[in-house]
Design a protein around this ligand. Structure first.
Ligand SMILES: O=C1O[C@H](COP(=O)(O)O)[C@@H](O)[C@H](O)[C@H]1O
Length: 261
């Protein structure tokens, strides 16, 4: 159904993708600032932080083209139950690819990593991260679900997103904002993740997927769905969802592309 479908933006290469992703991020940032004087975004690990850094760490082309890092509140869409300096940490990856490279004069984002004193107990780790969200989003009011200004997601080659894996019972979670997983099919097995209701409740959701290694799963996500976590996000968010991909990732995918303005 037109208007209800996600936006698929395909680019010749990652540089072109990053440039349009930057414009999109600035639009989302400015909408967040209008709503509540902050930009509340949750980011993923995997291949995303590198592309995100490419988008964010370029010279502004105009005064409108400004990333207001000091207004950004960065949360994690999922995180692995490892120390923050561990090579599997999504925080560690974002720090290496982006946070350590933000020039001081641009201001620094507020970062919300996991509390590593709870690494031995993933349920407690998830509960504590949920409290972090409650402190930021609910502030004493009874808020049913947090509303992120933007979720920046990846898509694994099996169609997983965050740490929500195909066929996993976690896809049926309806109460928790953040849930533990002890049996992630992709290592490391112990993680926490935002749940599907939180993901689909965001103002905007953007996926970034690049490279020919993704084309088979992109075909399945966009043409069959098959209950894959990425397809469930597409179905629940429709036009609030945008995919930033390179042509290699969507080779052979029949879903209509949109032009990026
Ligand atoms: O394990 C994870 O994988 C997904 C997808 O990663 P990618 O390298 O295929 O982009 C990622 O979005 C998630 O945050 C991460 O924990």
């Amino acid at each position: 159904m037109p208007g209800k479908q996600p936006n698929l933006f395909a680019f010749n290469d990652v540089d072109a993708l990053a440039s349009s992703l930057r414009s999109y991020l600035i639009t989302c940032q400015n909408a967040g600032l209008t709503r509540h004087e902050a930009f509340k975004v949750a980011v993923s690990g995997g291949s995303l932080p590198k592309t995100l850094a490419k988008a964010l760490l370029t010279e502004p082309k105009s005064t409108e083209d400004t990333i207001k890092f000091d207004k950004w509140e960065i949360f994690f869409a999922d995180e692995r139950a490892v120390p923050l300096d561990h090579e599997d940490s999504n925080y560690g990856l974002l720090k290496k690819e982006l946070l350590d490279k933000i020039p001081a004069e641009l201001g620094q984002p507020t970062i919300h990593p996991i509390d590593t004193q709870y690494l031995d107990d993933t349920q407690e780790l998830a509960d504590q991260y949920e409290k972090t969200l409650v402190n930021s989003f609910a502030k004493g009011d009874s808020v049913k679900l947090p509303i992120f200004d933007l979720l920046l997601l990846g898509s694994g080659p099996d169609g997983h997103t965050c740490s929500l894996f195909p066929g996993h019972p976690l896809l049926r979670e309806t109460d928790a904002w953040v849930a533990p997983i002890e049996d992630s099919p992709k290592p490391p097995p112990r993680r926490i993740t935002l749940t599907l209701p939180v993901v689909t409740h965001a103002v905007k959701v953007a996926f970034v997927a690049t490279g020919g290694g993704k084309k088979e799963i992109m075909k399945e996500i966009f043409e069959q769905g098959n209950g894959l976590p990425c397809a469930l996000v597409n179905e629940a968010t429709g036009e609030r969802c945008s995919w930033f991909v390179d042509n290699a990732a969507v080779e052979g995918v029949s879903f209509p592309r949109r032009g990026f303005l």
